[in-house]
Design a binder for this molecule. Structure first.
Ligand code: NAD
Length: 251
């Protein structure tokens, strides 16, 4: 029970990697609030794990602030924020329209700033560190190997994930003195709804060869590393971006 009694908010928790995180955290004793635009799926999962669901479109700043507050109120406070929601879009770089760029950045980066502002304000109001270096709250962000390795045809996605890595480091540096850690995960290839309509069997076979382990990631592979980052086992780890990619170093 590595998260016994911990109150955790997971964005994009209705499906895929986020849903695996919600189940993994709950199995380790956390009470979890799921923030997602998929109200029905989020509600079912919340009922399954004895948590809470809040419907929100994370592209909407005011709604995101409100939903984060609602989730924290439902939990009676917050110990860990997991910013996992993200969207993948494809466009050739020379044709990429500013509105396409903005759509991806709104969900993948701006929403993380907004939820972090609300959640960390609550964490800090709950308790100040009683000794230097004591951790009183954690932020875990989901970036991507795309944020390090780039990706042809997905410049906006890759740039947004590089921005998540930068936001995470800035969060760690600025909020560390308040007892807050910030880390991020860089998954490799995980077969979820994300990109489901665009990948072929040949793509999947080729991606598997990028890992020395010879397989793609499962949502649970990422969720177990997120558990480590959400738990006190990682209290002296902050600012870093951890690859969860089976050893893959490039696309
Ligand atoms: P997914 O599409 O299966 O799940 C994403 C979840 O986020 C869904 O529940 C969706 O409803 C929610 N979401 C998306 N936009 C939202 C919005 N505007 N408002 C509220 N909720 C919203 O994707 P996934 O593969 O589980 O991805 C989870 C995270 O992992 C993302 O940040 C993604 O970029 C990252 N990632 C995924 C992979 C992969 O191979 N699947 C690789 C690297 C990084």
């Amino acid at each position: 029970m590595r998260l016994a009694g911990k109150r955790v908010v997971v964005t994009g928790g209705a499906r895929g990697i986020g849903a695996a995180m919600v189940r993994t955290f709950a199995a380790e004793g956390a009470v979890v609030a799921v923030l997602d635009r998929l109200a029905e799926e989020a509600g079912k999962l919340a009922a399954e794990v004895g948590g809470h669901a809040v419907e929100v479109d994370l592209a909407d700043v005011a709604a995101t602030r409100q939903a984060t507050t609602t989730a924290i109120d439902a939990l009676g406070g917050i110990d860990v924020l997991v910013n996992n929601a993200g969207i993948l879009r494809f466009a050739s770089l020379l044709d990429l329209e500013p509105h396409e760029w903005d759509e991806v950045f709104a969900v993948n980066v701006r929403a993380m700033l907004v939820t972090t502002q609300v959640a960390v304000t609550a964490m800090v109001a709950q308790r100040a560190p009683s000794f230097p270096g004591e951790v009183v709250g954690k932020v875990v962000n989901t970036a991507s190997m795309g944020g390090k390795a780039g990706g042809a045809g997905q410049a906006h996605y890759a740039a947004s994930k590089a921005a998540v890595i930068g936001l995470t480091r800035a969060t760690a540096e600025e909020l560390g003195p308040l007892g807050i850690t910030a880390t991020c995960l860089c998954p490799g290839y995980v077969l979820t709804e994300m990109g489901a309509g665009t990948r072929t069997a040949a793509d999947v076979a080729r991606w598997a060869t990028k890992s020395p382990l010879g397989r793609l990631g499962e949502p649970e592979d990422v969720a177990r590393v997120a558990l480590f980052l959400a738990s006190s086992d990682s209290d002296y780890l902050t600012g870093d971006a951890l690859n969860v990619a089976g050893g893959m170093v490039t696309h």
